[in-house]
Design a protein around this ligand. Structure first.
Ligand code: SAM
Length: 284
């Protein structure tokens, strides 16, 4: 009997059905490695899934089998256009990426594409975005003060520029998602929904957006998360384990969970290996 009770008392890790797709861009601070820690701390019911710092969408794609409706947003307009094109025009995007793939080895091609600023057609914008992301140094999205992508070419021998199967699968998964360009403070989740926030980490130097994300932004996010929690929304956040983040989230409704995450592209663009992070929840 003692054995039976010890088996019954073990809380099972939630079963994550196999994902149909994975991120179609590499993203600094991408959360693929943290998925098991995130999955282990989900609320009992997800309602509509909100991700206001979508980036590469690693968590959105990983939770595909658990969600039926999603709201994805980000302050990077080209990224959100790219999501819309993946969802709405996967075939046209694949054709455009095959053109980039065919030209990539031509001398000066990368720089000529990086210089283009006048693409009008959304499919062209998305193909350029994915092409630069797959071929740039370290897959690191970084912009200068005028918001222009300024990363040098990477040293890949044969970068996979067009992963047609994954784009088709991502397109299917994205049918459940409404997409929005905008800041985290513009979302309006309802009671019973689940919001996962993965902001630029405290102390990270990656310039995802020209204006960055400073201490006031971290505080505004904490205030927004507390407000959503008061409305009955279940909120999870991830961030670096730093004194600022510990102090912002030290009181109810927040609970801090310490986790160790391996990183491939780190938030500060150079550190690799395991780092201490915090997952913060407003429930359970
Ligand atoms: C750490 S990354 C998210 C990575 C994502 N979880 C993944 O797995 O790829 C942070 C994202 O926040 C976005 N961002 C920065 N400031 C923002 C703001 N004020 N509102 C909404 N999104 C913002 C950036 O464009 C970037 O995509």
């Amino acid at each position: 009997m003692a054995d039976l009770n010890s088996i019954l008392s073990v809380t099972p890790r939630p079963y994550l059905p196999p994902a149909r797709a994975h991120p179609f861009v590499k993203w600094a601070g991408g959360k693929r490695a943290l998925i098991p820690e995130i999955a282990a701390r989900l609320p009992d019911a997800l309602g509509t899934y909100w991700e206001p710092f979508t980036g590469g969408g690693a968590v959105f794609f990983a939770l595909d089998g658990l969600t039926t409706a999603a709201r994805l947003s980000d302050i990077n307009s080209e990224l959100i256009i790219t999501y819309a094109v993946v969802r709405n025009h996967p075939e046209r995007l694949i054709d455009a990426l095959r053109v980039h793939e065919g030209q990539h080895k031509r001398s000066g091609y990368y720089v000529s594409v990086r210089k283009q600023r006048d693409a009008q057609d959304a499919v062209e914008v998305a193909a350029r975005f994915i092409y630069l992301n797959k071929t740039c140094f370290n897959g690191l999205y970084r912009v200068n003060k005028s918001g222009q992508f300024n990363v040098p070419k990477g040293r890949y021998k044969n970068p996979k520029i067009c992963d047609a199967d994954n784009i088709q699968n991502a397109s299917e998964v994205l049918r459940k998602a409404r997409l929005r360009y905008g800041g985290f403070d513009e979302i309006d989740p309802n009671g019973g929904d689940f919001v996962y926030c993965d902001p630029p980490y405290d102390g990270a130097s990656v310039a995802y957006a020209p204006h960055g994300f400073d201490d006031d932004d971290q505080q505004a996010l904490r205030d927004a998360a507390a407000r959503w929690a008061r409305q009955g929304v279940n909120v999870m956040l991830s961030n670096a384990d730093t004194p600022l983040i510990r102090s912002l989230y030290r009181r109810a409704p927040f609970t801090l969970h310490e986790v160790q995450a391996p990183r491939s592209i780190s938030c500060d663009g150079n550190g690799r290996g395991k780092v201490g992070e915090l997952i913060i929840t407003t429930y359970g």
